[in-house]
Design a protein around this ligand. Structure first.
Ligand code: 9WN
Length: 456
């Protein structure tokens, strides 16, 4: 398929998933608004429909909690095909929850400041009147969200974010959460019916296991018991992990927040710069197991850090590679990192394309079809693609891009893809897949994080 045709069909996916207020992630599985999906979606729409991209973000931030949290789901209460629904979350237990709309009680990675910059940058109106006003209206909401993450979710003042539920990572059933989840004992019988099984026509081996799903639901019950009180949850919650991808995205989003402040001539960015400095100071301390020598990097990968077991979660998943997107990796470490990326993209030739699976195919916990336990996802590949471009690794970046375009051309805009056969899995007409493909085709470089940082 020609690139301009592919761009048009991607645009049509976003058009088809627009419901007048926001863009649903997929018509087959996800009928509500998801937080980081909407940011990825606004990036695609910034190339073709500035107005809609603006509405997408405005609708989401209209549901922001007053403590700054941006909920991971904003519910369309007419839709009944997804569980858990708004009533299950009982957000009225929290004094900070919105009164006018149903939301979940947890958050997701802060891609939004990055998307807002795209909207401004791609606004074809030479005066950028609408997009500049949009930035003025949204800047303080974005800052309030980042402040929530840098306070309630980082009492250590490390500049890095703690998640309290695997759904907050966006990589729900990734093997990195297994050990921490195994420590959680479900104390009472859960009464609910899973609806995602129906949506994937019963293909249970492509979605999180029942055991894991029960833990997901039980942990929401626990959050409710704490009335979503962040302080009490931070002191007592049975799952607390400093998350690599979440923290990497916030580091970059803070940099884009500074860019936005410059555009709207907002002078006071001291606090944001402080968050950036903290992250630069602690990123390796928390995510790069001590004892690893840069040059001898038998491993040289990044790992999530479990605050409860005070240990790194040394499972080889895509989380270990996404930090290249931050620009915090010293140049001398890039060659060994590239070795991992080449190995990951299957130089053994078993992988269907050079796109990166969500788990190292050589690991025993790699699962060919199962959700974040092996299949290829476009958003994580897109972040690594931008990171490689940032380090001037054009060939490696191009390999991943061609791998993604090949999957989409041959298997459609799917939620994830079988790493070996390329078969499309999960949601159909998946919005962020379409959106990020539009950005890769346009190849504008807007998403390449700016330089500066500890090693640059
Ligand atoms: C739970 C919507 C979301 C994405 C997540 C993806 C999946 C939800 C689910 O779908 O999670 O939030 O029901 O499994 O893991 O990244 O935002 O596309």
């Amino acid at each position: 398929m020609k690139l301009d045709q592919l761009f048009e069909s991607a645009k049509n996916v976003l058009q088809g998933n627009w419901n007048g207020s926001f863009t649903i992630p997929s018509p087959t599985l996800y009928p509500h608004q998801w937080s980081w999906d909407s940011a990825f979606i606004a990036i695609g729409n910034s190339y073709s429909n500035t107005e809609r991209a603006i509405k997408e973000i405005e609708f989401l931030f209209d549901a922001q909690w007053t403590n700054g949290m941006v909920p991971h789901i904003v519910f369309n209460d007419k839709e009944k095909t997804y569980f858990p629904a708004a009533d299950f979350y009982e957000i009225t237990r929290s004094p900070y929850a919105p009164k006018h709309i149903g939301t979940s009680g947890m958050t997701q990675p802060p891609m939004h400041a990055i998307a807002c910059y795209y909207i401004y940058h791609n606004d074809t109106d030479s005066q950028k009147t609408k997009s500049k006003q949009f930035l003025r209206n949204t800047y303080f909401k974005l800052k309030l969200f980042h402040k929530y993450l840098m306070t309630d979710r980082d009492p250590e003042k490390s500049g890095l974010v703690t998640i309290l539920h695997p759904w907050e990572s966006g990589l729900d059933d990734a093997p990195v959460w297994d050990h921490a989840l195994s420590k959680i004992k479900i104390e009472h019988v859960l009464k609910f019916q899973r609806l995602d099984v129906v949506a994937v026509d019963g293909a249970k081996n492509t979605i999180p296991s029942d055991d894991m799903y029960n833990k997901f639901i039980y942990m929401i019950e626990l959050m409710k018991q704490f009335n979503y009180d962040e302080k009490k949850m931070y002191e007592n919650f049975p799952f607390k992990i400093k998350a690599v991808i979440f923290s990497s995205i916030l580091y970059i989003a803070n940099k884009y927040l500074i860019k936005i402040a410059e555009i709207i001539e907002e002078k006071d960015t001291e606090e944001i710069r402080e968050w950036i400095t903290r992250c630069e100071k602690n990123f390796y301390k928390y995510f790069f197991p001590t004892g690893q020598k840069l040059e001898q990097n038998e491993d040289g990968l990044f790992y999530n850090y479990d605050i409860i077991s005070k240990d790194w979660i040394q499972k080889k998943t895509i989380s270990s590679l996404v930090p290249i997107y931050t620009g915090l990796i010293p140049n001398e470490q890039i060659p060994s990192f590239l070795k991992w990326i080449l190995r990951w993209s299957g130089t053994e030739g078993k992988n269907h394309t050079a796109a990166l699976p969500s788990v190292d195919v050589q690991e025993p916990y790699f699962k060919e079809f199962t959700y974040w336990r092996g299949p290829v996802w476009v958003n994580t590949n897109w972040m690594i693609y931008l990171g490689l471009l940032k380090y001037g690794q054009i060939d490696a970046a191009e390999r991943i891009k061609q791998g993604i375009l090949e999957l989409v051309c041959n298997h459609g805009f799917r939620e994830y893809y079988d790493a070996y056969t390329g078969e499309g899995l999960g949601g159909k007409s998946f919005s962020w897949t379409a959106s990020l493909v539009m950005d890769m085709i346009k190849n504008t470089g807007i998403g390449i994080p700016s330089t500066g940082g500890r090693y640059k």
